[in-house]
Design a protein around this ligand. Structure first.
Ligand SMILES: *Cc1c(COP(=O)(O)O)cnc(C)c1O
Length: 231
């Protein structure tokens, strides 16, 4: 199957699960070179999502993402912010007040407003990044007065599960948080995007309210972790 055929098949599955709701398809393109990413863009994905800053910078320079918005979806480090602000249309993985402050500063310097999602560690896993669920509201409140960063929603990666159904309670908890925060109408915050669901579980995520899914292997095929560039 070609990348275009895979994108079409994923789209069909999304449409069935979404039952009329609009769901954005983000191609999680880690470890796929610029030409493969361009194929996905040509096939009409709504955005590309990249995990590693260096890979994003290199592939961006090679024109991989031309024609599609670019999201950063990987673990965010302070010292990499300068490569992302004003470059990524959406930084999906912000999980601290400190990162918000640094993004706001950098965006102010560039004269732009940076859209971000707050990443939530919805499974409360020790080794995972993301805000603790009970800290999300106070982080939204922290972001509200910042002039150059705008919170557009939430992102989560639930614990690895044997079956997508096992992830549904986590997806449902995210939806509740998303709705609660949206109802509070904070300044500078619009709960537009609930980003959850990957190749193995995007239909379950959509059924629980996701309107943005990040799909890698179902579009590009299995990643080859034996490749030297791979990680
Ligand atoms: C790789 C990745 C995905 C996509 O994973 P697949 O299982 O290949 O669909 C989604 N989100 C993030 C943050 C990722 O790193």
């Amino acid at each position: 199957m070609s990348i275009a055929e895979n994108v079409a098949a994923v789209r069909e599955r999304i449409e069935r699960a979404a039952q009329g709701r609009r769901v954005l398809l983000i191609a999680a393109s880690k470890m796929n070179d610029a030409s493969r990413v361009r194929e996905a863009v040509a096939a009409g994905v709504d955005a590309c999502g990249e995990n590693r800053v260096q890979e994003l910078v290199e592939k961006n320079a090679a024109g991989a993402y031309t024609g599609a918005p670019l999201h950063f979806i990987g673990h965010l480090q302070k010292n990499k912010i300068k490569y992302l602000v004003g470059v990524a249309d959406l930084i999906e993985s912000v999980d601290s007040e400190e990162l918000l402050t640094l993004i706001d500063k950098r965006a102010g310097k560039l004269g732009v407003t940076q859209d971000v999602l707050l990443e939530v560690n919805i499974g409360r896993e020790e080794a995972k990044s993301g805000l603790a669920p009970e800290d999300v509201i106070k982080t939204v409140e922290f972001a509200a007065p910042l002039g150059h960063v705008r919170v557009r929603g939430l992102m989560a990666i639930p614990p690895v599960a044997a079956s997508p159904d096992d992830s549904r309670p986590y997806f449902a908890a995210m939806r509740e948080l998303f709705i609660d925060i949206g109802a509070k109408k904070y300044d500078n915050t619009s709960m537009d995007f609930l980003s959850m669901g990957m190749s193995g579980d995007f239909e379950a995520a959509i059924a629980e309210g996701a309107n943005m899914v990040r799909v890698g292997s179902a579009i590009f095929g299995a990643r080859d972790y034996s490749h030297p560039a791979g990680r």
